[in-house]
Design a protein around this ligand. Sequence first.
Ligand SMILES: NC(=O)c1ccc[n+]([C@@H]2O[C@H](COP(=O)([O-])OP(=O)(O)OC[C@H]3O[C@@H](n4cnc5c(N)ncnc54)[C@H](OP(=O)(O)O)[C@@H]3O)[C@@H](O)[C@H]2O)c1
Length: 269
Amino acid sequence: MDIAGKRILLTGATGGLGRALAVRLADRDVELVLVGRKRAALDEQLGALPAGNHQSVLADIASVDGRRAVVDAVGGSLDGLINCAGVNTFGLFADQCADDLERLLRVNVIAAVELIRDLLPVLGQRKSLVVNVGSTFGTIGYPGYTAYCASKFALRGFTEALARELADSSVRVCYFAPRAIRTPMNDANIEAMNAELGNTMDTPERVADSLVKFLEQGRARRHVGWPERLFVTLNALLPGIVDGALAKNLPVIQRHCRGDGASSLSPPG
Ligand SMILES: NC(=O)c1ccc[n+]([C@@H]2O[C@H](COP(=O)([O-])OP(=O)(O)OC[C@H]3O[C@@H](n4cnc5c(N)ncnc54)[C@H](OP(=O)(O)O)[C@@H]3O)[C@@H](O)[C@H]2O)c1
């Protein structure tokens, strides 16, 4: 898809990936509708973009009122929706509270799905694109990320089903799955765990470049990174091998879930 001149709605626009993505898209002459919950952060983000006919919407997309505000702001024309907002609750499942789990599912699944449905009448009026930002953990169940995995597995399944349901329409529905990214979503415990396990963490700028390329190539799905792509295939074909590999890493993951291992990242003294 040639994205120049297109009007695209981006949720999570004030987050680590969203900020980098907004800049990359604006550089390509995309007209942006940025969604976030913090006025100051949205204003700062708008100010950082190259000139263009951009706008922002202050909205908590986990709420019905927030999503209504987004739809009202969009009005009658939209070429694309990128569902990038997301939250995570890293930790052992037994330690998680009901409120956190509900918030996570509300933001990562319900908000994304409902926004698509609310905007379909507008998106359906022309050739358009929906991109749901998933995760490697939307395909590989990983200890410490149980609820997050549940949400991203759900988002991936929804995306695949809707893409097939709309295959004969003008709306293309895609799934983009990054591996770990250095953003505020990942606290010191996650950074320490990834460092100890040798898990690569991409910069948001690199992932944003990859997402823009994905949009332009018009592909249906993409998993970012190697060896993550290999593990995705291995997990589908021979999950016992991945069970075994993760069982070996389990003591390290458990320690970081409890917050016992982040001190190695602290500055000396
Ligand atoms: N970071 C990673 O390692 C990683 C890896 C794979 C996939 N992903 C996915 O990439 C996407 C972007 O994540 P990120 O790393 O950029 O995270 P981030 O820096 O924590 O940003 C998350 C964004 O989501 C927004 N958001 C959260 N709850 C919201 C709500 N109720 N209403 C409106 N906006 C809300 C946040 O807005 P506020 O500023 O108002 O909180 C923020 O802009 C997510 O879907 C995430 O699951 C991330």
